[in-house]
Design a protein around this ligand. Structure first.
Ligand SMILES: Cc1cc2nc3c(=O)[nH]c(=O)nc-3n(C[C@H](O)[C@H](O)[C@H](O)COP(=O)(O)OP(=O)(O)OC[C@H]3O[C@@H](n4cnc5c(N)ncnc54)[C@H](O)[C@@H]3O)c2cc1C
Length: 463
């Protein structure tokens, strides 16, 4: 159909998920449509993950699994070759397809692919980037009015909430006033804040996951000589990638497993692999195509148990660092200039121009330490009832969206159709990527997001 009123589609959030949904729409829609990509800043296609300009921040997925398109596995490799990325990076000894490239180039890749899709768009498709913050939205008879902070508004027939990742929440401590201090950095991806740290300052990082690793590398690349201490309850750093060897499928894709059954199959496979001298990470990676299905099949009780008890171990095993990063972090740990303390945060107090950190830890040498800066890398806030973002607060208050039962994201179907607070599944309001964490568990990395964007574009493209 090439006549009639165009369908209005608005995508709120222009990070990787929003940009990729637009790319899919521009490439595949065959009738008049007007698409608006709404993003509050200039980081189109990049978001938190790919806005970094620190070359030490590497992808944690190999080049050969980072294509934006499920049906074109070599797309990113080809882009990297065309742009001669290998000549710009530190040599890792790995061939390009198995390497972990700096994230900033992945941001360039998304940017270039979006621009190409815009240049090649069909004449009956209107596309516009709206650089504004959406702060509210009304739903009326199947149509939406999106309101911006500058008082302007726009209408849409279908909306995608591609709002992605949030900042970490402040850890509850008696002295909450500390969080207003200039010594505290809540935004671990804000390079300007990290670059303002002076070379001799000592730093406490709350959290020991991949974001903490990023921050340590960035601080060291900036010439910070002061000691860096990272704390977490388990004291675990993420594991590192090993040589990739394709592991055979060992899960029955058609069967439903309880958590207990799934764990027992995985443990057995890891043991068998170990006895043959094979690496366990490849056993975990072989599960990836089945992770969402396993998760959807678990009972609510199993899901809660997994989140509470097993997710820390899963996260460090599943989301691993590149070998080159592991070597750097190990060298820093060995030098004594970076230290990990197992414990919980008790309090933070400004004292004589420094920060006194009180910890709940068995390690008595660290129950009280002094630093100059505290950086929160404790992981994104996921509870939509607590998120301080105006748009989401308003949508939750109106019941247009609600938290999923695990409070890891937005309540929705596995296809991303949003389920309102009253339990109605919307045919016109969708989400993808990190907000689907509670529904799919495995929903934050590009190999999953690219599949979601492709399917979502098909659903959005239905007249
Ligand atoms: C540090 C980091 C490293 C990662 N590394 C990898 C990796 O190596 N490999 C991999 O596969 N995955 C990786 N991931 C995971 C994954 O790629 C990201 O989670 C993904 O980029 C999510 O993109 P997104 O667009 O959903 O969210 P975001 O990147 O958070 O983007 C959301 C966008 O929406 C905008 N926005 C939000 N609210 C509004 C509003 N109200 N109005 C207007 N605009 C709004 C924001 O400004 C932002 O630009 C990483 C994630 C992080 C955080």
């Amino acid at each position: 159909m090439l006549t009639g009123k165009p369908l209005n589609i608005a995508i709120i959030g222009g990070g990787a998920s929003g940009a990729l949904t637009v790319i899919q729409l521009l490439q595949n829609i065959n009738f008049p449509v007007s698409i608006k990509l709404i993003n509050k800043d200039q980081s189109i296609g990049r978001g938190f993950a790919y806005s970094t300009n620190c070359p030490q921040h590497l992808l944690n997925v190999r080049t050969n699994n980072m294509s934006l398109f499920p049906d074109k596995p070599n797309h990113f490799i080809e882009w990297a070759k065309k742009n001669n990325i290998e000549s710009l990076i530190e040599k890792s000894g790995l061939p390009l397809e198995d390497d972990f490239l700096p994230r900033m180039y992945y941001g360039d890749y998304i940017h270039d692919t979006l621009n190409e899709a815009i240049s090649n768009k069909k004449p009956f498709i209107d596309f516009e980037i709206v650089q504004k913050e959406a702060f509210d939205m009304d739903a009326d008879n199947g149509s939406y009015t999106i309101k911006f902070t500058d008082q302007s508004e726009t209408k849409a027939d279908k909306v995608v909430l591609a709002i992605g990742n949030f900042l970490p929440t402040n850890i509850p401590i008696p002295n909450e006033a500390f969080y207003g201090s200039a010594s505290y950095i809540r935004h671990p991806y804000d390079s300007n804040l990290l670059n303002a740290i002076k070379p001799d300052e000592e730093v406490l990082i709350i959290g020991t996951g991949l974001t903490s690793v990023d921050v340590v590398l960035q601080l060291k690349a900036n010439g910070i000589r002061g000691k860096i201490t990272a704390i977490s309850r388990n004291g675990y750093l993420p594991h590192h990638h090993v040589e990739k060897v394709k592991h055979p499928v060992y899960i029955d894709g058609g069967a439903n497993y309880s958590l207990h059954e799934a764990l027992s199959v995985i443990r057995k496979e890891i043991k068998a692999a170990g006895s043959k001298g094979m690496h366990w990470p490849n056993v975990i990676d072989a599960l990836r195509p089945f992770n969402q299905k396993l998760w959807i099949g678990f009972s609510d009780k199993d899901k809660k148990l997994f989140v509470r008890k097993l997710s820390p171990a899963w996260n460090i095993s599943r989301h691993r660092m590149a070998g080159a990063i592991y070597n750097k972090i190990t060298a820093l740990l060995n030098s004594g200039n970076f230290e990990i303390v197992k414990g919980g945060l008790k309090n933070l107090t400004s004292e004589n121009g420094r920060v006194r950190v009180d910890l709940n830890t068995k390690d008595t040498a660290h129950s009280s330490i002094y630093v100059d800066r505290v950086i929160n890398c404790s992981g994104p806030q996921t509870d939509y009832e607590k998120v301080e973002i105006p748009l989401l607060k308003n949508l939750v208050a109106k019941g247009i969206i609600g938290p999923d039962p695990l409070r890891l994201g937005i309540n929705a179907t596995p296809d991303g159709a949003i389920i309102s607070r009253s339990g109605a599944t919307s045919p016109t309001l969708f989400t993808l990527g990190p907000p689907l964490r509670g529904i799919l568990w495995e929903s934050i990395a590009m190999p999953e997001i690219r599949e979601q964007a492709e399917k979502l574009a098909l659903i959005l493209g239905r007249e």
